[in-house]
Design a protein around this ligand. Structure first.
Ligand SMILES: [Fe+2]
Ligand SMILES: [Fe+2]
Length: 288
């Protein structure tokens, strides 16, 4: 099968439609949580951001799908839109069930030019999910939350891996069909750089905002996260991200492309870090 061919498109869309899971948030096996676990869950600082991102993605993909001429691709993008909207409903259900306090913020606007927005979103997902897979596994191993919650969110992360695979194949098909196949590596580099820049801008904004906040407002970030990142080095973090990404991506048809940029870059960074001399653990840490 040739990448960019009609056969490629058909395989991609058939695989995507056939691997869709049927579930609704209220049917998931939500566990009872004790007071300490509830406090940890309520202290996680990203629920409102995750809720708005997923709900907006659902709406944006639905709007973009309506503009796509090819009926097979349109159907697949509309399905991804429904899956993103369902991610938003899962988070909303968790917020309601466990009384998580989230600030009331306006949903971010959706620009009128939908295709560039879908492309920005697709590269952004490839960027975020690669690291989210690693963080999820590290959090799971920390056992600070019950396994039942990880069991609920594991298939949702697999859905993100499906979205990344769909996107990377769709963009390759589109560029080849438009005669711009040779531009693919440059375009990817440009798009990933943009995704990184937007995330750095966000982070700078968050850091400035945090400095203004009172030091008494320490939630899970300052306590819970610290407790499971104590022994986490960048080398270990990259190792887990690379392994988790490979594990999730291995579940799909071998003939489909996978996102390669971050796994390759992280692999180089990981191999370099491995060669660096290691800091000896301090005697105090050994005694603790
Ligand atoms: Fe999502
Ligand atoms: Fe997604």
């Amino acid at each position: 099968m040739r990448i960019g061919s009609e056969e490629h498109k058909q395989l991609l869309c058939d695989w995507f439609m056939n691997s869709h899971l049927l579930y609704e948030p209220e049917e998931l096996p939500w566990p009872q949580l004790d007071g300490t676990t509830l406090d940890r869950l309520r202290g996680i600082p990203f629920w409102d951001e995750a809720l708005r991102t997923e709900s907006r993605a659902g709406q944006m993909l639905d709007m973009y799908a309506a503009t796509v001429k090819d009926p097979t691709i349109r159907e697949a993008i509309a399905l991804q839109g429904r899956e993103e909207a369902r991610h938003g409903r899962v988070i909303q259900y968790l917020i309601d069930r466990y009384n998580v306090n989230v600030p009331d913020k306006e949903a971010p606007e959706i620009p009128a030019d939908l295709e560039p927005e879908f492309i920005r979103f697709g590269y952004g997902e490839c960027f975020d999910s690669f690291f989210a897979f690693g963080l999820f596994e590290i959090a799971r191993q920390s056992k600070l939350m019950p396994e039942a919650l990880f069991t609920i969110f594991d298939p949702i992360l697999d859905e993100e891996a499906r979205h990344m695979t769909f996107f990377i194949n769709w963009i390759a098909y589109k560029q080849i069909q438009e005669g711009k196949g040779w531009l693919r590596p440059f375009n990817s580099l440009w798009q990933y750089s943009g995704a990184l820049q937007r995330r750095l801008d966000n982070l700078t904004g968050i850091t400035k905002k945090k400095k203004k906040e009172s030091s008494s407002q320490k939630g899970f970030t300052a306590t819970g996260v610290k407790s499971f990142t104590l022994n986490l080095t960048l080398e270990k973090f990259l190792e887990v991200c690379i392994a988790e990404n490979a594990k999730r991506m291995s579940k799909y048809d071998d003939r489909l492309l996978r996102p390669e940029f971050l796994p390759v870059l992280s692999g180089v960074a990981y191999q370099t870090l491995k060669l660096l001399p290691k800091k000896k653990p301090s005697p105090v840490a050994d005694a603790a």
